[in-house]
Design a protein around this ligand. Structure first.
Ligand code: FA5
Length: 338
């Protein structure tokens, strides 16, 4: 009998070792040490023993076996509980790193940076900042700029017309401005000379995107109106601006051209350090008809105006090959220009 008890005890202890979950331990507890458990079952055989001593010894051995197995089960339960706790803590662990590390700072887009830098440079040269609406009247965008209806030069701007009829006006006379030049007219009508302003802003054309064109892009208009302003003032201002914006390695040139609202007119090109020339804008002396549209007497006042492409300037300043790269919003590209 004692041998059977020892064997049952060893078998029970071995089984406890194989319990791999807390549920296993619970199941074993009732099966091995419960009132009807394997070890308790041995007690039913005590009656078949001959002597009181044998019964006593066997009873004691069974009690010891139950105690040993219970202790082993308890030990197993606490080991598995600790492991389960470690596992749960790991599973429920909160990643707080985003709260303890410094947040990543964003930065202005390449074109916004150029826009702000242009404002700084021109403020440094004594100009003030002006602005006008992106949705314009045909009169401000064309007519007052010496391009009456039917003027062939209107065809050079692939205009987007807005489906809007102004009160008392006609259909087809509201446009998305094709350039920032209408701000010249608004400024002349709203203020008295001397005028020294630049007007950066968004403009729209029905242009097909390519390496140097976008249908939505940005220009900065410049307008100077004072007494005895000459082409030399325009050339000097543009050269001073080129050096201040691009650096001393760049130089500018004026190439004869035509705009209905300036006379004479020129294209403004810059020469890159590698020797190549690129057109950045148009300029010229403000046409007398434009001064009149702005309410000024051309016999008393003269001035110059210019309009540069901001996107193209950002492109050249940073050596970007294709203007479209600036608008695909690829963060890997944009992050290079902090
Ligand atoms: C004009 O828009 C004139 N208003 C400029 C002007 C102002 C002349 C004052 C005289 C006096 P133009 O269409 O050439 O001119 O555009 C000026 C500049 O805008 C171009 O030289 C170029 O740098 C930029 N530009 C023109 N079209 C695009 C385009 N689709 N995408 C990006 N930049 C453009």
């Amino acid at each position: 009998m004692l041998n059977d008890i020892t064997a049952a005890r060893e078998a029970a202890l071995a089984e406890v070792e194989t319990a791999s979950t807390l549920d296993d331990v619970t199941g074993l507890t009732s099966r091995l040490t419960g009132k009807k458990g394997d070890l308790a079952q041995l007690k039913t055989r005590l009656g078949s023993l001959d002597t009181v001593e044998e019964k006593k010894a066997a009873g004691q051995a069974i009690n010891e076996a139950v105690a040993a197995v219970s202790a082993a089960l308890e030990q197993r339960r606490s080991t598995l509980s600790a492991a389960a706790l470690v596992e749960r803590v790991a599973a429920e662990r909160l990643d707080l790193t985003e709260f303890v590390t410094a947040p990543t700072r964003g930065h202005a887009h390449l074109v916004t940076q150029a826009w702000e830098r242009l404002e700084d440079v021109f403020i440094g040269l004594g100009f003030q900042i002006a602005e006008g609406p992106e949705v314009e009247t045909d009169w401000h965008n064309f007519e007052a700029l010496n391009m009456p209806i039917g003027h062939p030069a209107r065809g050079e701007w692939d205009t987007l017309f807005v489906d809007h009829v102004p009160p008392g006006g006609e259909a087809g006379t509201t446009v998305l401005r094709t350039h920032t030049s209408p701000v010249q007219i608004r400024t002349m009508l709203e203020s008295e000379p001397p005028i020294y302003i630049v007007a950066p802003g968004r403009v729209f054309r029905r242009d097909t995107p390519d390496a140097t064109h976008m249908p939505v892009f940005h220009q900065i208009e410049g307008l100077v109106i004072d007494r005895d302003i000459t082409m030399a003032d325009l050339a000097g201002t543009i050269e001073a601006f080129t050096k201040a914006f691009f650096g001393s390695g760049f130089t500018s040139r004026l190439r004869p051209s035509y705009f209905p609202f300036t006379e004479p007119s020129a294209e403004f090109d810059i020469q890159r350090p590698d020797g190549g020339w690129i057109e950045l804008g148009g300029c010229g002396m403000v046409h007398p008809n434009v001064l009149r549209a702005g309410g000024l007497d051309p016999e008393q006042w003269s001035g110059f105006a210019f309009g540069f492409g901001i996107d193209r300037m950002a492109k050249e300043r940073h050596g970007v090959d294709d203007i479209r790269d600036m608008y695909t919003n690829d963060i890997r590209f944009l992050e290079q220009f902090r």
